[in-house]
Design a protein around this ligand. Sequence first.
Ligand code: SF4
Length: 393
Amino acid sequence: MHHRPSPSHGPQEPLFGLDEMPRSPAAEPAPSARAFRDSEQARRLLAIREIHAEPAAAASPRGRQVLARFPGARLIEVDSHWRIPELHGNEGSADDWMRIKRRTLVLGVKKTLTTRPNGRSADWIAPGPSNGCALSCVYCYVPRRKGFANPITVFTNIDRILAHLGRHVAAQGRKPEPNQCDPEAWVYDIGENGDCAVDALVCDNTADLVRAFRDWPTAKASFATKFVNPDLLELDPRGRTRVRFSVMPADDSRLLDLRTSPVDRRIAAAADFLDAGYEVHFNLSPVVVRPGWQDAWAQLLRHMDDVLPTRVKRQARAEVIMLTHNAGLHEVNLRWHPRGEDVLWQPAVQQTKRSQNGDLNLRYRDDVKRRALADLRGLVARHAPWLGVRYAF
Ligand code: SF4
């Protein structure tokens, strides 16, 4: 597939100005004085200056909504959202990636809509409304496929994604029996390749999904997040969306979860999200084995036990996911964030596995992982006994 800007036009040269774009007033976001996404804080995370767009994506209602939100941004036409070398390339300094993540968006049309069975985090992986992320977790697997800057690509054909999901939900009927994903509902992960709470700073894709799921009584949306976006509290999910706040010890998070909300903020937000109609779970992930990791997790779990109200505890469940690392990612990280690699890259306790696409992935050795999972389960049982572990991997 051809994944570069039209060869006759340099990437810096807009093909059509914003003034020429048809603007439908209906496509403009409703003005809301209280919207977090219009706040200074949100702008520190995302201050969009450039929007690389497939023409059909820019012309769509969702595309026009995004363009209207960032009227000062320069529009640059691209043939395909998938590979834009000057955005997605692995070269260059991390400063460039952070700048790109903050200032750049991509608009594309998602061509292939498939829902895949999963069985761990969710029953199904839905076609996501985005690919890429404005946050910058050092261990993130998403950029491995796309290059390391990997800013948010918004898929503008959200209507087709919703129609696809509606058909899929209808075809499943009722869930025949409970499983660890959920006792009653078919759970659809809607955020496999990004962070839906961050996407909600850009457009209404996340809101549209949350609203669609509240009308599907046999299904539930689910997404993991490391970002507290108060705008999500306005969406009235009526229990049909599960937010999974990812947590890890604060020291690990400060080293590894760049640009995210601090872990204690994610935990503190849990009650607000529950009261707003979400189900709130936690991802204990990734678990990074390092000297002192058990004490750090014990402290985190005690903190959760101290600050979370009973109503959150009563419905909370957790996933435990041990770190997976990657040889290529290690090489890249060494160039800009070697301190993170001191804890992530531990070949003495990790084993390698070649993935289907040829990548060399590292996971903890079976014996190390078995012991670590048993330790962590023990810590949960001791310090946060209310937190049922849905699965540990
Ligand atoms: S929040 Fe998720 S998608 Fe975004 S960088 Fe972190 S791990 Fe990757």
